[in-house]
Design a protein around this ligand. Structure first.
Ligand SMILES: NC(=O)c1ccc[n+]([C@@H]2O[C@H](COP(=O)([O-])OP(=O)(O)OC[C@H]3O[C@@H](n4cnc5c(N)ncnc54)[C@H](O)[C@@H]3O)[C@@H](O)[C@H]2O)c1
Length: 256
């Protein structure tokens, strides 16, 4: 009998799956029996997929710069071809740029919005078309939001705008899709110790690092492993009646 969290036979695309939080989610799906394409721009994408395959897991790599519309469209279709269909779409790729707001360069604003907001919407759209092709439409979209979907942060106005947008388009799509067998939800990670945050974590004496750490009720920063349970829940039948949610995974930061 199939359990409600079972992912055997499920087919997933995870952008940004070569490292960090995307890697943790891809690993969770693979360990639960899914086939996964990790999509990313660097050579690490191929290396990560090869590492998974060495462990006997069903993982492919598709290289694409997701800031380029044609490239992500080709990559998406390539991924669906490799998997023979699609059941789960995870948008985890993201970038950060830090400047005082009055100096924030226009080209950096455009790049952050393209990678963090436009690409996830475009990939969600393509995933929905794929899900609707099934005789009984079915699919799960998981978008990685942020605490910056709620807060404004410091020196990161483009990132905050992009993550606010991710939540809002997910809610908008949810209203059209919840009655058609498709779930779209967001995860809002808290402060996670990944390469995205090296500007904050590189020096433990950094006062910003210290003030953030002091506020986390769980007394630690999170990591890729902390994304696994929520990713499996949102990708599986366990979440069939969960629609348009934004679920914090933050050690309690949001309520402290
Ligand atoms: N680390 C945190 O504290 C934190 C908190 C909240 C949300 N997030 C979000 O989680 C997601 C994963 O971040 P992370 O912390 O693992 O960071 P990370 O820097 O370790 O990983 C980001 C991933 O995105 C990929 N990527 C970036 N630009 C790309 C492009 N143009 N084309 C293809 N791939 C690209 C990178 O190759 C990498 O695999 C991001 O969306 C980030 O905004 C992170």
């Amino acid at each position: 009998m199939q359990g409600i969290f079972d992912l055997n036979g499920q087919r997933a695309v995870v952008t940004g799956g070569s490292r960090g939080l995307g890697y943790g989610m891809a690993e969770a799906f693979l360990e639960e029996g899914a086939s996964v394409v990790i999509m990313g721009s660097s050579a690490r994408t191929d290396e990560a997929a090869a590492g998974f395959r060495e462990r006997g897991l069903r993982c492919h790599a598709v290289r694409a710069d997701l800031s380029r519309r044609e490239e992500r469209e080709a990559a998406f279709h390539n991924a669906v071809g490799l998997l023979g269909g699609l059941d789960i779409m995870v948008n985890a790729a993201g970038i950060q740029r830090r400047y005082p707001c009055e100096e924030f360069p226009q080209e950096e604003w455009d790049r952050v919005l393209e990678v963090n907001l436009t690409a996830p919407f475009h990939l969600s759209q393509m995933a929905v078309r794929e899900f609707l092709k099934k005789e009984l439409p079915y699919g799960k979209i998981i978008n990685v939001a942020s605490l910056m979907s709620f807060f404004g942060g410091f020196t990161i106005p483009a990132y905050a705008a992009s993550k606010g947008g991710v939540v809002q388009f997910s809610k908008g799509m949810c209203n059209e899709l919840a009655g058609r067998g498709i779930n779209i939800n967001c995860i809002a990670p808290g402060y996670m110790d990944t390469e995205l945050n090296t500007a904050l974590t590189a020096d433990p004496r950094n006062p910003r690092y210290q003030s953030i750490t002091a506020r986390i009720p769980a007394h630690r920063w999170g990591g890729p492993e902390d994304m696994k349970g929520i990713a499996i829940f949102l990708a599986s039948h366990a979440s069939d009646y969960v629609n348009g949610a934004v679920i914090p995974v933050d050690g309690g930061y949001l309520v402290c």
